[in-house]
Design a protein around this ligand. Sequence first.
Ligand SMILES: Cc1cc2nc3c(=O)[nH]c(=O)nc-3n(C[C@H](O)[C@H](O)[C@H](O)COP(=O)(O)OP(=O)(O)OC[C@H]3O[C@@H](n4cnc5c(N)ncnc54)[C@H](O)[C@@H]3O)c2cc1C
Length: 480
Amino acid sequence: MHGTPGTETPETTDPQTDVIVVGAGPTGLLLAGDLATAGLKVTVVERRPHGISNMTRAFAIHARTLELLDARDLADELVERGTPVTQLRMFGRLSLDVSGLRTRFPFVLITPQYEVERLLERRAVAAGVEFRYGTELRALRQDGHTVTADVTGGTDGDGVLRARYLVGADGHRSAVRRELGLPFPGRSVIRSIVLADVRLTERPGDVITADGPGDTFAMIAPFGDGWYRVMGWDSNHQVPDSAPLDLDEVRDIVRRSLGSDHGMHDARWLSRFHSDERQVPAYRTGRAFLAGDAAHVHSPAGGQGLNTGLQDAANLSWKLASVLRGTAPDPEALLDSYHTERHPVGAMVLRSSGGLVRLAMAHTPLQRAVRSLAVGMLTSVRPAAAKATGMISGVGITYGAPRGAHPLTGRRAPDLALTEGRLYELLRGGRFVLVAPPGAAPQGPHTPVPGQVIRASWASGARRGTLLVRPDGYIAWATD
Ligand SMILES: Cc1cc2nc3c(=O)[nH]c(=O)nc-3n(C[C@H](O)[C@H](O)[C@H](O)COP(=O)(O)OP(=O)(O)OC[C@H]3O[C@@H](n4cnc5c(N)ncnc54)[C@H](O)[C@@H]3O)c2cc1C
């Protein structure tokens, strides 16, 4: 899958850094923090000046993302500041109950995106990441050894940065994707979605309220600090993103969709946007990778974007770290596996969030009949509901396994009770964890080099098998 590196003459100067990460959104921040924690030199190039946030945007953090943050010792702090919700209200009667998920975090955490970014940036700074704010990537080229980025702006001024690898986490209009010459095929799904962060005089009955008669749709979710996120859509008022928006327009959509505007006032943020469904065909091109919104964008239904981006970053970071530290037995195969594992997940998220949005906005009699059928399935057919909950929360996402592999291979490891502590506490070292019965000599297809693996044993003497858990919490291999 790795593409042909550029045809340029090899750059003669040594790389100044191991990895350039373009974009200090959540995806770039998690990735940069992981790489620096693994002892690598990382430079983050961010177009925004320091201190200017991306605003609220995402507000739902799912269980699998919380597990990944737990493996970085950030989850408990985030959970303390947010609002846990166990019913994931999609629209009308469709609501998924996540309280039965077998995870330390059986809920969706409502918290603004800037809280997640604040924690990830703090961790990255502490690990020694070099940040170049106010600096934009303009051009990019690569040879067999190095990636070279032309950057402009910032305190260091215009210049050239060289690294062994580069990751484009630069959002949906990614300059890295453009420079790699990659298309971003797909289409716009919904236009003129309005957003507001407001205060309410009347609290809605449900924690998350979402509904609409078909020609309009609205959702209200609490941040837990007195502010609420409102999202609305009106099929009869489809205008460009640049059209002016005031709180009266939002109030009107919410009243028509939910029957009341709950006394909304004091909007601190108002925005109009459109939603695309697009995915890049290759997540890796030679020494350059794409992650997060740079690789896939989709409708906000189900709150998947930020979560999927953080999971991309967690999948890629340990692979890049292993290759750069020289501990990967087959570096090219390991780097290719980033695309092989994450591209299908991105495609699945495009399908599921697109399906949800079409159901929510169904308004012809046929569409509404299909919607009733789908809602019936998802609310009363247990396996369908469990599958949907597993996929949306991320805990049901699995990566493929080679033919004949143990059935646990490629599955997410739950937070196992071990003699040395919880699994996700042990994963905070950024290493593999080999779990075996006490005193057993572990056997398996591949054991990472000493120093890259922590040995642990089952807390329960009844457990006999051996598991090798990857640094991103997936099972590399298992034996009975
Ligand atoms: C209204 C709304 C609601 C959403 N709700 C949810 C939700 O509930 N749950 C969820 O999971 N997701 C949600 N999302 C999606 C989520 O916000 C994005 O998926 C997430 O921000 C993607 O993170 P990222 O780090 O990949 O990209 P971004 O957050 O877009 O970050 C990219 C960064 O790259 C920088 N950059 C861009 N170009 C360059 C360049 N050339 N040089 C240097 N820097 C550059 C940008 O300034 C930016 O800081 C929502 C999105 C919107 C718009």
